[in-house]
Design a protein around this ligand. Sequence first.
Ligand SMILES: [Mg+2]
Length: 306
Amino acid sequence: MNEFDTIKNFFSWSETGTGLEKSVGDDCAILNVNNDASVVTSMDTLVEGIHFTKDTKPEDIAYKALAVNLSDIAAMGANPRFFTLSLTIPEINPSWLQKFSESLKALSNSFNVRLIGGDTTKGPLNVSISIFGEVKKGLALQRSGAMAGDLIFISGELGDAAMAYKGLKINDSTLLRLNRPSPRIELGQRLTPVATSCIDISDGLYQDLGHILSMSRVGCKIDLEKLPMSDDVKDYVDSSSNWCVPFAGGDDYELCFTAPKSMRNKVEDISSELNLPLTCIGEITKDIKFTVKGGSVEECYSYQHF
Ligand SMILES: [Mg+2]
């Protein structure tokens, strides 16, 4: 099987239709976008030995490669439309490719995002995806809009993926959170009229909330006791008094966003409608400082995910 057969057999499932004039199979795909929409785009690469191990299943690699890109689209409040895939593989292994392709296709179908092109090359395993989404002009959520007095919210729970990644607790639920993060697409879209800033947590709350603070030129006060955690993470924090896993561990792919106090009820409504916890962990301050109460996080400031 050569490169073209690989593409034809495993990656040529997208049909043309709404917004997609030409898909896989030409020099470029042809996209038609709405006049009143902005296109948002992002790219993420997963590398064997860094983002996943040699034992990671092809279906998990495919899932995560697309999910982390969808998460960036979620953080903008946008609707995912198309993606391209650059796949570097050491050899053409049809059963590996079959599993990889099925998983990628299933996730892309569930978010209605279509594969429109890419590249395959020989080399150490490396999966790179570029994603394109659209959002009504002027409505994209950004990191720069947080205002003093805004509340800070987190979706879902923090720390499980880091527990699995660091080998602190490996069970079905922590592994699922590491290998199969849930892109919060619907939440992002619901937040466009509500949130003043938003980011997805890929490098840990400390670092990613830090991006909101620096882009918005504000500070924050957060309470560690309020961090949303699973029982696994809570038990770990209780027994070790180490907050770094939920505070600075990575790979959560939850959304961290800010909203004015007047929007608190609206945020609660969205939470119950989506059946997704949205937890207020603190407040944005005028004073440009990252203030943490409820425990010590000093050792987390140099906490490296990798
Ligand atoms: Mg991101």
